[in-house]
Design a protein around this ligand. Sequence first.
Ligand code: GYE
Length: 322
Amino acid sequence: MKRILATTVTLAAAGLSVFALAQGLPKLAVKKTYKVGFAQTESNNPWRLAQTKSMQDEAKKLGWQLVYTDAAGSAAKQVSDVDSMIAQRVDAIFLAPREEKPLAAAVKKARAAGIPVILLDRNVDQSLAKPGVDYVTFIGSDFVKEGQRAAEWLTKKMNGKATIIELQGTTGSSPANDRKAGFANYIKKYPGMKIVASQTGDFARDKGRQVMETLLQAHPDVTAVYAHNDEMALGAIAALEAAGKKPGKDVILVSIDGEKDALQAIIDGKLGATVECNPRFGPKAFETLQRYARGEKIPAKIINPDRFFDASNAKASLSTSY
Ligand code: GYE
């Protein structure tokens, strides 16, 4: 007891609050406006563009300065983007980490430099960096649940029997890892639901098309496709059509995101369903940072609620989609 007391006193004398040490997070002063960084991972799809726009719109609305970088699909570039934000002494960093492992180190570097980080839409490896210690919080969707909802819809639609090709997102990214796990975990109760091939299409439309083209040759008996995002599903639809198959009839497709082109594909009868993954982070991200500055307790995860789109509501949702 005596020793604990002595330690506390010593720390207090050194100007360090015990609380801040236990939390490990840099403090943020309450100010009217901030200069914040947003380290985007890439800009090659409507989801990313909608996310960036939402961040820019909110910064403008609040009159904050936004230092924006685009890693163009390279984890190494994103690490150096964070470095340059640290060098520019931004007040805080919003980071959409491309891959779980390499960006964990960037998070720790920012923290060591006294800059709080909020993770947006993707997570980092939880054994390497922790919420409340290395970064403030993760704001985004529950990817495991998204995969599970896609599986649930497909299992029902296929009456528990399907020969499935899975198009995975970016290797090493948290949505790819978790969407795969959520789907696999659900279908394991249904022995008729079989994944015969699973490969990455890097969350990109054309890569999805190319991978589907190759996989179709090895598995011409495919009856279903599970794509980790809409862009790859749209690529797969193109590959199926090029091979003379009718998407939506010969092969049933399900994906994730809820972008405008996907809703249109549902209306056209080519895509079966898509689980929403909301990209509009701006208001929630900036508000969370302000709450953090005020000293409010921020949960380790802030989960966005996601809707579900199929033939019953795609048309009604089209005009507000991205
Ligand atoms: O589904 C995809 C994007 O990280 C949740 O990344 C995000 C995913 C989204 O490129 O389209």
